[in-house]
Design a protein around this ligand. Structure first.
Ligand code: AMP
Ligand code: GLY
Length: 433
């Protein structure tokens, strides 16, 4: 088998996937659109094709005679890239638009969960801002305001006060903060507890679970400040016991995959439920129809099996035949960001020290490009993710930070507590009445 593979996306998640795909003996050539300079080390990047320009993606896949397309981000999935490529006879790793609605429509996901008894926060969808506000005034408990559609991870406001909730509703529904995605909002009961990400490969029938991992969304140490695209990650969470883990796998992930098949929306690709461990048991925060970012950066270094063989098997409905094995080491990934992120920040800062990084440490590029002189410069809010592996989280964490300190760019910012709560979850704030 010698496969031409097209990978869609340009972030650290896709860099981690490219690094792993490149280890496959079955890879003929890796292409990426638009890719990044890290991915370019493993193949050819077509920088002028955006992952969500479906016409251009289909043309590119045909031109390079792709044997397999692997989709990283959620936007092209929601727009139907898998449907388009499949119609052209091109095997694709990822769910159809109908199946991806489990991520792209929060109201669809909520209904599916209600139908098959998957535990999640109580929620109501509203098309009218006044009704939404009436609901939060009457409900009396803490609320979370969510844009119904995709909002690049920024459509969620966890509210401490009624005023905050009203402002969030106005911003989404009247201010157009999230475009069409926010015309409908979902008002959700606020949950409390530590969070963990469950990931599984599935071809719609066979399910192969990945290790659990944990993102760090807020910008500051101690989980303070506004949410970001993810400031770091570790895997596995030592605080997650086996029975709870098994319960999430069977009663959330597998149940959702069966429910989607039963609803005539068979799911292929990676399903990633974001979970919160509340006093009332594990509950779904959201479903994602793709690999997590930065979760993937911490998962790929632990995958013993051939990622290309797995993705190809998923695309052809033959996952049962592909080995999916993980080593049980610990990984910690620290995201280095541009100063100011998630607010305004400057780009184009030269990145130094990458050649001083240990051989067994991976640096996955999130927002990096080549400047005019060919030097690597910063090109985004989140710049790069430094991932180390160890026998314990403490070992991995120490090596990750030791390497982070060797990488320099003007204004570099990173959290100093990634993985610090891996054995004992951060204290859970008291439940407000
Ligand atoms: P999402 O974009 O849906 O992943 O939400 C971003 C973050 O908001 C999650 O990782 C949680 O930390 C938080 N969040 C979302 N929904 C809730 C909820 N119902 N209660 C408490 N926190 C939530
Ligand atoms: N790390 C959360 C996400 O990828 O949505």
């Amino acid at each position: 088998m010698a496969l031409n593979v097209l990978l869609l996306g340009s972030g650290a998640r896709e860099h981690a996937l490219a690094w792993k795909l490149a280890q496959s003996p079955d890879l003929a050539k890796l292409w990426a659109a638009p890719g990044n300079p890290g991915i370019a080390e493993y193949g050819e990047t077509v920088t002028h094709v955006a992952a969500n320009d479906l016409d251009a993606v289909v043309r590119l896949a045909q031109r390079i005679r792709a044997d397999l397309v692997i989709v990283g981000p959620e936007d092209p999935l929601a727009a139907g890239v898998v449907d388009r490529l499949t119609a052209e006879g091109i095997p694709t790793f990822g769910p159809t638009a109908a199946a991806a609605e489990i991520e792209s429509s929060k109201s669809f996901a909520k209904q599916l969960m209600a139908d098959v008894g998957i535990a999640t926060a109580r929620a109501h969808a509203f098309d009218d801002p006044d009704e939404a506000k009436r609901d939060i005034r009457e409900s009396g408990h803490g609320v979370v305001v969510k844009a119904d559609g995709l909002a690049a991870g920024k459509g969620v406001t966890v509210c401490d006060t009624l005023e905050q909730a009203e402002t969030a509703i106005d911003a989404a529904m009247l201010g157009g903060a999230f475009g069409a995605a926010g015309r409908r909002v979902v008002i959700e009961e606020r949950m409390y507890g530590p969070e963990t990400s469950a990931h599984a490969f599935t071809d719609g029938v066979t399910v192969r679970h990945m290790p659990f991992s944990c993102d760090h969304k807020p910008i500051f140490d101690g989980n303070l400040g506004p949410n970001t695209g993810g400031m770091g990650v570790y895997s596995p969470p030592g605080w997650l016991d086996d029975a709870t883990a098994e319960g999430i796998r069977s009663e959330v992930t597998e149940r959702a995959i069966r429910a989607l098949a039963d609803a005539g929306r068979p799911y292929r690709g990676v399903l990633f439920p974001g979970m919160m461990l509340t006093e009332g048991g594990p509950k779904v925060v959201e479903f994602n129809a793709r690999f997590g970012d930065p979760e993937t950066e911490a998962l790929m270094p632990k995958l013993r099996s051939d990622l290309l063989a797995i993705c190809d098997a998923v695309a052809h409905g033959r996952l049962a035949e592909a080995p999916v094995e993980w080593d049980d080491t610990a990984t910690v990934g620290v995201m280095m960001a541009s100063g100011g992120y998630p607010g305004p920040y400057e780009t184009g800062k030269p990145i130094e020290g990458l050649d001083a990084v240990d051989d067994d440490v991976r640096v996955f590029f999130a927002g990096v490009k080549r400047g005019p002189s060919g030097r690597l410069v910063t090109a985004g809010g989140r710049v790069l993710c430094v991932v180390a592996r160890g026998d314990t989280i403490a070992d991995a964490r120490e090596q990750a930070y030791d390497n982070v300190r060797r990488i320099r760019f003007e204004g570099a910012y990173y959290r100093t507590d990634i993985g610090a709560a891996a054995e004992h979850a951060l204290p859970v704030p008291p439940v407000s009445s």
